[in-house]
Design a protein around this ligand. Structure first.
Ligand SMILES: NC(=O)c1ccc[n+]([C@@H]2O[C@H](COP(=O)([O-])OP(=O)(O)OC[C@H]3O[C@@H](n4cnc5c(N)ncnc54)[C@H](OP(=O)(O)O)[C@@H]3O)[C@@H](O)[C@H]2O)c1
Length: 356
């Protein structure tokens, strides 16, 4: 089956991925060891005439109990609160991890149905598809309808203006949008986006009409190409956008310099695509050991490390990692739980990444 090459310029050439479940990534070292200095300072504070050796042992145990950082397991993450972020235009909150679907194919219908059902059980709601993702829209529509969960999910799709733009001969404009509604089996999509900025000026007035008519709730534009970031910010200044969708990862930080500051300033929600660099970034990460301090932000896998980096940017509303395997989806949804990195931790993550 055909891939969607415009969205995925590198994956055909990438080396085979070594997919591993969080529990297969190996144990994270316990984080309860005390330094000799800590033990000694506990002992001094305890005082009371005990022999130094005994005091050090006793107070060390007490201090360890008080300061141990529990290493989370993948399962324990789902007992932690779900991270949600507001859409600035309305205040509506979205879970910070969604699902990208550009590799959804009919031949994997049963697996995709299980994956989406699992996502909904775990609290995820955001599903990103496109008129141009082959069988994806139809599959998403069928699955949501058969599971009876359409109204609980936030469905985003895309279109182009048509007539030989970025996507060549694909249909665009109104016929494309009507086909999307049919395929998605819904009278309304939550977010309609101009795919790869193809025809923004043409489509924007139409999309505003559809929004007023209640056929779409939010309007957005997308790119996954840093060379389009300049054009994207031009449109962000020109039109009343609710959302932008842009490429961003720990290995691709251009958007943080050139797009995300304006999104914050203009109160535009942000979806992040290709957070794993089409899979190549996670593959690169998995050749390294996850640092022990990842436990301090409730991270149990490289997938979660990469996603927590992305969603902790203040401008980011939701990341939409693509996955066709439920075990990946569960791993990714784990990044929507627990603590987020603060600015100091984000810089530590960057230094660690850059040191490879
Ligand atoms: N211009 C645009 O508008 C545009 C462009 C590109 C993408 N997008 C959207 O963004 C979404 C994400 O992009 P993408 O799917 O191309 O790339 P991606 O999210 O960067 O990477 C997807 C790859 O990562 C793998 N993966 C996912 N979770 C994993 C985990 N926990 N551990 C190991 N591997 C994991 C997936 O494998 P499996 O499939 O085997 O699970 C898949 O091969 C797309 O699906 C699409 O919805 C939009």
């Amino acid at each position: 089956m055909a891939a969607h090459p415009q969205d995925n310029p590198v994956r055909e050439d990438g080396p085979a991925r070594r997919d591993r479940l969080p529990e297969q990534l190996g144990p994270v070292a316990p984080r309860n060891a005390l330094s000799r200095r800590q033990i000694l300072s506990c002992a001094l504070a305890a005082g009371a005439g005990l022999a130094l050796g005994r005091a050090a042992r006793g107070t060390a145990a007490a201090a360890a109990a008080a300061t141990t950082v529990t290493t989370p397991t993948a399962d324990s993450l789902f007992h932690l609160p779900l991270i949600t972020k507001p859409i600035p235009a309305t205040g509506e909150r979205l879970p910070a991890i969604g699902l990208g679907t550009d590799k959804f194919y009919d031949s994997e219908r049963a697996a995709i149905r299980d994956e989406i059902a699992r996502m909904q059980q775990l609290g995820g709601t955001v599903i990103d598809t496109s008129a141009d993702y082959g069988e994806s829209e139809g599959l998403v529509g069928d699955v949501l309808s058969s599971l009876g969960i359409r109204n609980r999910m936030f469905v985003a799709t895309k279109l182009v203006a048509g007539g030989g733009g970025f996507f060549g001969s694909f249909i665009g404009g109104r016929p494309s949008f009507e086909r999307s509604l049919t395929r998605l089996r819904t009278p309304r999509v939550d977010l309609l986006q101009v795919h790869n900025l193809d025809g923004v000026d043409t489509l924007m007035p139409l999309m505003q009409q559809w929004k007023q008519a209640g056929q779409i709730r939010y309007i957005g534009i997308t790119t996954s190409d840093p060379s389009q970031h300049g054009d994207m910010v031009g449109y962000m200044r020109r039109y009343p956008l609710d959302f932008v969708q842009v490429d961003y990862s720990i290995a691709n930080r251009d958007a943080a310099m050139n797009v995300l500051p304006l999104a914050l300033e203009r109160r535009i929600a942000v979806l992040i695509n290709v957070p794993f660099g089409y899979g190549s970034v996670i593959e690169q990460a998995e050749s390294r050991r996850l640092p022990d301090w990842a436990a301090d932000i409730d991270v149990t896998s490289w997938g979660q490390f990469l996603l927590k980096y992305v969603i902790s940017h203040p401008a980011v509303t939701c990341a939409i990692p693509g996955s066709t395997q439920t075990r990946h989806l569960v791993d990714d949804q784990g990044a929507a739980r627990g603590r987020l990195p603060d600015e100091a931790m984000r810089q530590r993550m960057e230094r660690f990444w850059d040191s490879a």
